[in-house]
Write a protein that binds this ligand. Structure first.
Ligand code: M6R
Length: 614
């Protein structure tokens, strides 16, 4: 996720900005840049904007800066994590308008940037492939000597999310910052202000901060800070004292990246859906598919290739493609697929599903599929990664950088994207507008339902306390919830090192039931769907063997309480969307168990975040 740092005050800006960028490195980035208003010398009062950008590590940027004399006490800086446009110096922030007098850094996504580029701003000279550059040009259009007013007007054209900071050469002692959906914090020091996407770059200097809320614009000068809303009314906000250290600040105050990433899910799922759902037509439009309607109709088989958590997200995709589009779909674990002799032809559509886009087995399997003539597309988180580059199209899941080794938010965003693809294909085949509209509406409601589950964090922690001493667990689900059981079991194994097994509920009596005893708790997903009665019978069989039962059940299901030792209630949703809801309690349970057992939650033993070797 991109990072922003800005400074205005009495100290030399450059070291503060570079150090601030380093504090933001944890968010992940692929390029970095800095801009300062440079006063030539005491005698020559002319102000120029100096901008330096570099691809790769902040060290590359710092190396370039060594050769320059940048004499300034204000500036802005940015680490970019590519979302629109490749990883190049031209696409790195800060971006300027046509004149080069306005300079902007931005986090978030401007959804309508293509329309603005070819319409309202068609006469402007755009130098990058980013959505951000649009902002500089919109401000240019509205600038009449007051930067804040120009930003306010410019933002009225924009659909999407932003946290941005802007400078103008003609107003050399002013920063303007604005927020909608992408966090910004202002640090208040002694005759100086900091602005950043989180508090970590400013904590070495001040602990007095003001968190901007959505729709607020801050005008920051040497004389003070004023905050306005988009209607130009002033908002009075007092600074608050925070006593986080820098490490806590990186994690947004949470103790681990994994917890932060679990909590991020209601926000990032909106990023996956943004601009891709078409309410009127009851469909989704994932432009990156790069297939004509005729090609889409010719597809008679889908193969989803992935590893680990991504393969469980893919399994949800299988159910969705088959149910909505009626296309036979298989999930193949990449390490197996690459050494089989898979039957693929020109009517097969292969998706590689990967958070990192760098998993060696998945890359090799996709190359094999390509060689055999299939349509090969990627569903990937990391922009510009190998899978993103080597496939002939696909979709970014927009989960933002995932830093904990155990995947959480990438899983839910992969599921969301796969559901949208299934809907898009389904609408060209057998799904009616009305059904499509129901899926779209249900997808829109997921974020709020996720919030509801996260509010039960303390209760789930209490369950972890109760069950922390057990050495074995089963996870059971049926239908669309079987992948949820697999994912819950994997989360528990990888971060607690507790043995766990996942099975489809109906399979227990074919062998695994022999393991059951009062020492072998069973986590079962019993939500109200078409397999409810079947799953209920499976749970009765388990209870008869005296195994403790923890249920994930639908709110209001009173019978669930009678069946289980403990129940986590979840809000109802459309059956196909249940994994987006039901997986969250399992992530939280695994997380709290790992903390209680003193495990290294974010870096579990023997595991790597990105498995780039075979
Ligand atoms: O980057 P990818 O999504 O391709 O990674 C696939 C797996 O290595 C990954 O999901 C792994 O299973 C995680 N540790 C699960 O939490």
């Amino acid at each position: 996720m991109c990072g922003i740092v800005g400074y205005i005050g009495t100290k030399s800006a450059l070291p503060i900005l570079v150090k601030g960028l380093r504090r933001l490195e944890y968010r992940g980035y692929d390029s970095a840049g800095i801009a300062v208003l440079n006063q030539q010398s005491e005698k020559n009062s002319e102000t120029t904007i100096e901008r330096v950008r570099a691809v790769g590590k902040i060290d590359n940027l710092a190396e370039k800066l060594k050769t320059m004399t940048l004499n300034s006490t204000m500036g802005i800086a940015h680490t970019r994590w590519a979302t629109h446009g490749g990883v190049t110096e031209e696409n790195a922030h800060p971006h300027t308008d046509c004149s080069g007098d306005i300079i902007v850094v931005h986090n978030g996504i401007i959804e309508n940037y293509r329309e603005l580029r070819s319409g309202f701003l068609k006469d402007h000279t755009l130098r990058s492939k980013t959505d951000t550059e649009i902002l500089a040009h919109l401000i240019e259009v509205h600038y009449q000597g007051d930067l804040r007013l120009a930003v306010q007007k410019a933002l009225q054209h924009v659909r999407g999310t932003y946290g941005l900071v802007v400078m103008h050469k003609n107003e050399p002692r002013k920063l303007v910052a604005a927020r909608l959906g992408s966090p910004l914090v202002v640090g208040v020091g002694d005759k100086e202000y900091y602005v950043a996407s989180d508090t970590s770059p400013m904590l070495a200097y001040t602990q007095q901060v003001i968190f901007l809320d959505d729709g607020e614009i801050a005008e920051i000068t040497d004389h003070g800070l004023q905050i306005f809303n988009l209607e130009d009314q002033e908002i009075i906000k007092a600074a608050e004292h925070i006593d986080w250290n820098e490490d806590q600040a990186e994690k947004g105050g949470y103790s681990h990246f994994m917890l932060k990433e679990i909590i991020d899910q209601p926000t990032v799922i909106k990023d996956a859906l943004r601009g891709r759902l078409v309410e009127d037509e009851g469909t989704a439009h994932l432009g990156g598919l790069n297939m004509t309607e005729a090609q889409m109709h010719s597809v008679n088989r889908i193969i989803l290739i992935a590893c680990g958590t991504a393969s469980y997200a893919a399994l949800v995709g299988k159910y969705a493609f088959e149910r909505l589009a009626g296309i036979p779909t298989d999930v193949e674990v990449a390490s197996e697929f690459r050494y089989r002799d898979p039957i693929i032809d020109r009517q097969t559509l292969v998706f590689g599903v990967s958070q990192s886009g760098e998993t060696a087995d998945t890359i090799a399997a996709l190359r094999e599929a390509k060689r055999k003539g299939a349509y090969v597309r990627g569903i990937v988180n990391v922009v510009g990664s190998t899978i993103a580059r080597e496939t002939d199209g696909g979709t970014y899941i927009h989960a933002g950088p995932e830093l904990a080794v155990a995947s959480t938010k990438a899983y839910t965003n992969m599921v969301a994207v796969l559901l949208m693809y299934a809907l898009q294909f389904g609408r060209t085949r057998r799904v009616t507008v009305a059904t499509g509209q129901r899926v779209v509406a249900a997808l829109r409601e997921v974020s709020e339902k996720m919030e509801k589950i996260l509010r039960q964090g303390d209760y789930i922690k209490m369950l972890a306390e109760k069950y922390q001493h057990y050495k074995n667990f089963f996870f059971l689900g049926r239908g669309i919830n079987y992948p949820v059981a697999l994912e819950g079991s994997l989360k528990l194994k990888e971060i607690t090192y507790i043995h766990s097994e996942a099975y489809p509920g109906g399979e227990m009596k074919h062998g695994p039931i022999a393991l059951l005893s009062p020492d072998f708790p069973v986590f079962a997903i019993l939500t109200k769907n078409q397999l409810y009665d079947k799953m209920r019978s499976n749970i009765e069989e388990i209870r008869a063997r005296q195994a403790p039962v923890i249920l994930i059940a639908t709110e209001g299901d009173e019978q669930a309480k009678e069946l289980a030792d403990d129940v986590i209630f979840v809000p109802p949703t459309m059956e196909l969307l249940e994994p987006l809801i039901n997986t969250l309690p399992l992530q939280l349970f695994a997380y709290h168990m790992a903390v209680l057992l003193g495990r290294d939650v974010d870096r579990p033993r023997n595991l790597a975040k990105s498995v780039t070797v075979e």
